[in-house]
Design a protein around this ligand. Structure first.
Ligand code: NAP
Length: 243
């Protein structure tokens, strides 16, 4: 029986993932931060976890690469049995209409946003089955149901796939004591956007009148990972300001 949950957060170095890592540390999780290339940001995020008194390791990883994903979870096991995964590492790919989107950019976005989530979830489920259970939260997007016309239809389609894998996997592993849920953020203030002013520009069209903060997504993720959400599985929790 371990004393602290050990949770892997992909894309934990910046934006929503960094906020999730900090919040989970406050809630008592040891955190494994996966990041693609920004080691400085990963170290900053790790410092926030340690400042909250929890342990943290950072691992440079491409979540779309099977070998990398195994390396990430092998490193996580050094902190103890993995009990949580936040599938969060994502990229938009090309911005504009589908007619103008390049195939390589779309392929990469689909690989990171869909295959990457599947690879991480697969390994998490293997580990959690052996460890007596756990919880997975997939960071989806409100785009999955809005469709993102004129911006990135391929990305919205990828997030639709994230919602579907959430439903399917939740049913597949419920009997193993593993819960699988998703959070679908609306427009959030991070460096995700090709136009840094996008969150400001879209505010008027959001019923709550503003774009969201990463901490507001982190709170939803933390709840779904927690025992408070013990009867929630297979759900997509929309946190999008009413959009
Ligand atoms: P962000 O600020 O651009 O941060 C992306 C994070 O993912 C970084 O930590 C980055 O690492 C990491 N990453 C990117 N590609 C990776 C890969 N192949 N392997 C491993 N790590 C990778 O993005 P964000 O806004 O926080 O978005 C996080 C999630 O929320 C994504 O799934 C996104 O689709 C979703 N989302 C965002 C919004 C929004 O408005 N921001 C809305 C809805 C959904 P480095 O630091 O090393 O680059």
């Amino acid at each position: 029986m371990q004393h602290h949950p050990v949770t892997v957060v992909t894309g934990g170095s910046r934006g929503i993932g960094a906020a999730v890592s900090a919040r989970l540390a406050e809630d008592g999780h040891d955190v494994v931060i996966g990041y693609r290339s920004n080691a400085g940001a990963a170290e900053e995020a790790a410092a926030a976890v340690r400042a909250a008194g929890r342990r943290c390791v950072t691992v440079e990883v491409d979540t779309a690469d099977e070998t990398d994903v195994d390396r990430l979870f092998d490193a996580a096991a050094g902190l103890g049995p993995v009990t949580g995964l936040v599938n969060n590492a994502g990229v938009s790919g090309p911005v504009g209409t589908l007619a103008d989107a390049d195939a390589e950019g779309m392929r990469r976005a689909l690989e990171v946003n869909v295959l990457g989530y599947l690879l991480c979830a697969r390994r998490a489920v293997r580990d959690m089955k052996a460890n007596g259970g756990g919880a997975i939260v997939n960071v989806s997007s409100a785009a999955a149901t809005l469709g993102a016309p004129g911006e990135y239809v391929h990305y919205a389609a990828a997030k639709g796939a994230v919602d579907t894998m959430t439903v399917g996997l939740s049913k597949e592993v419920a009997g193993d004591g593993i819960r699988v849920n998703a959070v679908a953020p609306g427009v959030i203030w991070t460096e995700f956007h090709a136009d840094p002013e996008r969150p400001a520009k879209l505010a008027a069209g959001i019923p709550l009148g503003r774009s969201g903060q990463p901490s507001e997504i982190a709170a939803a993720v933390a709840w779904l990972l927690s025992d408070e959400a013990s009867y929630a599985t297979g759900t997509v929790l929309r946190v999008a300001g009413g959009r």
